[in-house]
Design a protein around this ligand. Structure first.
Ligand SMILES: [Zn+2]
Length: 440
């Protein structure tokens, strides 16, 4: 009985992939395994990396090496200059470079090794052979060593990594940025979240203490260094604000493009953005009243975003620049005509990048935030105009972007279900913590 149990446990460890196929229960493993995967790349034909050159020589056979050192590539240095500097002879350098080039002709390994890139090496001496190892990409290493006939050998290996799915919760305590840092959300995930939600949320005015954001994303972790290789992609985002409840799912459409859609398959992108600048840079989120966070009134027919001077300002939607230049109390000012109905205006800019008459795309940088004209401090004054009249951006319903085509909806709903299952499983693990993860 006990033995059977251990075999079962063992099979869980060895066969997590098979578990998904024979178990119909909502097991954690099955919901995770089903998450959309990237196509396998050519990297799969390589052996795994080991920790040191010595380990590789032990594995592959070759001349014993002496003490290994680590040094960084200097500015304007290529591999042969590096090897010369650390004491390799010209003969050795030539045969190393030649071997690497002929053995790995499709990898431009020796071109543009970035400055400060770390190289592990052992200089050949007396009866001791040479050794070189360095990372040639996030996922690959290159090894160079000698066999017992003194011939130079090279090998590219793939670094072993594990994939982890993480649910992370951000609860607004002071402002969004600090709250995101507290929840240990990686920077790249945070900036993607801001971009996706910037269409639907006014990050300056809509956030309150207690509002909750939730994300599901993947992380790849290098098993040799234990470092995070990358945090990507986001699979899901939700925002639970007082009057605004949003959920977006990542979906890769038939042509291979990934985008975010709500539960019904409507794009997260709207014709106009509610926050037309990098929302992460807003200096006065919830709880800070020092900055001019004016709302929309008869006297003040726009909304203000307080952020550091120089923060890039985005075009809120596709359109044509209708006004570009000084405009009285507005200071440096840009107005964009989006279509027959909508226009947007941006005031108090410090720099203007686009001239009148220029056609621009949504999200393009049109200028930088400043304090020109009648202004008490750096902020963006943003107006949405309908039929030439300023309207309150918080009150209007901006038309949404594209919808998933009908014949693709079923596959979208399937993906949505898988993501929901994963989140539910992870929430159970989370309890009172701010994040939980599952290894994959
Ligand atoms: Zn204003």
């Amino acid at each position: 009985m006990l033995r059977a149990f251990f075999i079962f446990l063992l099979s869980l460890l060895i066969l997590p992939f098979d578990l998904a196929t024979f178990s119909n229960k909502k097991s954690i493993a099955s919901s995770i395994i089903l998450l959309p995967k990237k196509r396998p790349t050519i990297i799969n034909k390589y052996d795994y990396s080991v920790e040191t050159i010595n380990d590789l020589i032990l594995k592959e056979g070759g001349k014993t090496i002496g003490k290994t050192f680590k040094q960084k590539i200097r500015k304007n240095e290529n591999l042969s200059l590096f090897l010369k500097r650390v004491g390799f002879t010209s003969n050795h350098i030539n045969s190393i470079i030649l071997k690497v080039k002929t053995n790995h002709p499709t990898n431009n390994i020796l071109r543009n090794i970035p400055t400060n890139h770390l190289i592990q090496y052992a200089v050949p001496k007396h009866n001791l052979g040479l050794g070189i190892k360095f990372k040639i990409s996030k996922y690959k290493d290159l090894y160079v060593w000698q066999n017992h006939l003194n011939e130079v050998k090279t090998k590219i290996t793939k670094r072993p990594f594990k994939k982890v799915e993480i649910v992370s919760k951000i609860e607004i305590i002071d402002n969004l940025y600090n709250s995101a840092i507290r929840s240990k959300l990686p920077k790249e995930i945070f900036s993607q979240l801001i971009k996706i939600l910037g269409f639907s949320i006014d990050f300056q005015r809509e956030l309150r203490r207690g509002d909750v954001f939730e994300t599901l994303y993947s992380k790849k972790i290098d098993l040799i260094t234990n470092e995070v290789i990358e945090s990507n992609p986001i699979h899901y985002i939700s925002a639970n604000l007082k009057d605004n409840h949003l959920k977006f799912y990542r979906y890769i459409n038939r042509s291979g493009k990934s985008d975010f859609y709500d539960q019904d398959g409507k794009s997260s992108k709207k014709t106009l953005m509610k926050t037309p600048l990098n929302g992460a840079r807003l200096s006065s989120g919830y709880g800070n009243r020092k900055h001019p966070i004016l709302g929309f009134t008869k006297m003040h027919r726009g909304v203000d975003f307080a952020a550091p001077r120089g923060t890039p300002v985005f075009a809120a939607g596709d359109g044509i620049i209708e006004y570009s230049g000084w405009n009285g109390a507005y200071g440096k000012y840009i107005r964009i005509k989006h279509n027959g109905i909508y226009k947007t205006a941006y005031a108090h800019l410090s720099k203007i990048y686009k001239k009148r008459g220029v056609r621009i795309k949504q999200g393009e940088i049109i200028g930088t935030l400043g304090s020109t004209g009648r202004s008490t401090g750096p902020h963006l004054h943003y107006e949405i105009l309908i039929g030439g009249r300023q309207v309150n951006p918080l009150k209007i319903r901006v038309p949404s972007g594209k919808h998933i085509p009908k014949d693709e909806l079923n596959s979208f709903y399937k993906q949505q279900k898988i993501i929901d299952k994963t989140i539910i499983a992870l929430r159970k693990k989370m309890k009172n913590k701010e994040f939980a993860y599952l290894e994959n």
